[in-house]
Design a protein around this ligand. Structure first.
Ligand code: ADP
Length: 161
């Protein structure tokens, strides 16, 4: 049986930390779907289409990963894909509270699903999409934090006119 894993998130924008997690998941599982959340309660800087495009450009060299979007309950999306593995990234201890809460709720809603936590390389533990946006907005280079394609989109978004 082929093992399909879903890595859900906002990816607003996808960073090298996200990419590190996707690469690790792609080494462990047969196929990884990066699922960009379309959540009207969470105001995103980039549209779903922009976020999908940025993820796509970042994972082009990974043959067993692709990108999709979902709205509504994550567990419903998992069921629709017949997936039972959920990937989340843990950077620092302060991530744990929220991630455990989320994993527990998802377990309640879908007993057969398992959340697998992966740790990024140490150099990415400080990286968050919000910080990357702040840095770019203030005019500093973001090439160390995101893939070249994402850096271009960020610069375009935040370029002063
Ligand atoms: P969400 O809004 O669902 O938390 P994010 O895009 O912020 O979406 O994060 C998606 C997942 O990726 C979360 O599990 C988060 O902890 C993880 N993540 C975010 N940034 C990093 C990073 N730099 N290294 C590893 N994991 C990360």
């Amino acid at each position: 049986m082929s093992r399909l894993a879903v890595y859900p998130g906002s990816f607003d924008p996808p960073t090298k930390g996200h990419l590190d997690i996707i690469q690790r998941a792609a080494r462990i599982f047969d196929h990884v779907i990066v699922a960009v959340s379309n959540n009207p309660n969470k105001k995103a800087t980039f549209s779903v289409a922009e976020r999908i495009q940025m993820v796509e450009a970042s994972i082009r060299d990974l043959p067993n990963a692709d990108v999709d979007t979902f709205s509504g309950l994550l567990v419903d999306y998992l069921r629709s894909k017949k997936a039972h593995i959920l990937i989340r990234g843990l950077r620092v201890i302060s991530d744990v509270d929220y991630e455990f809460q989320l994993a527990s709720i998802n377990r309640r809603l879908f007993r057969e699903a398992e959340t697998v936590f992966l740790m990024p390389d140490e150099q990415y533990t400080y990286l968050a999409s919000s910080v990357v946006k702040e840095v770019c907005q203030r005019g500093a280079p973001v090439d160390n934090f995101v893939s070249p394609a994402v850096a271009r989109v960020l610069r375009r978004k935040f370029s002063r006119k």
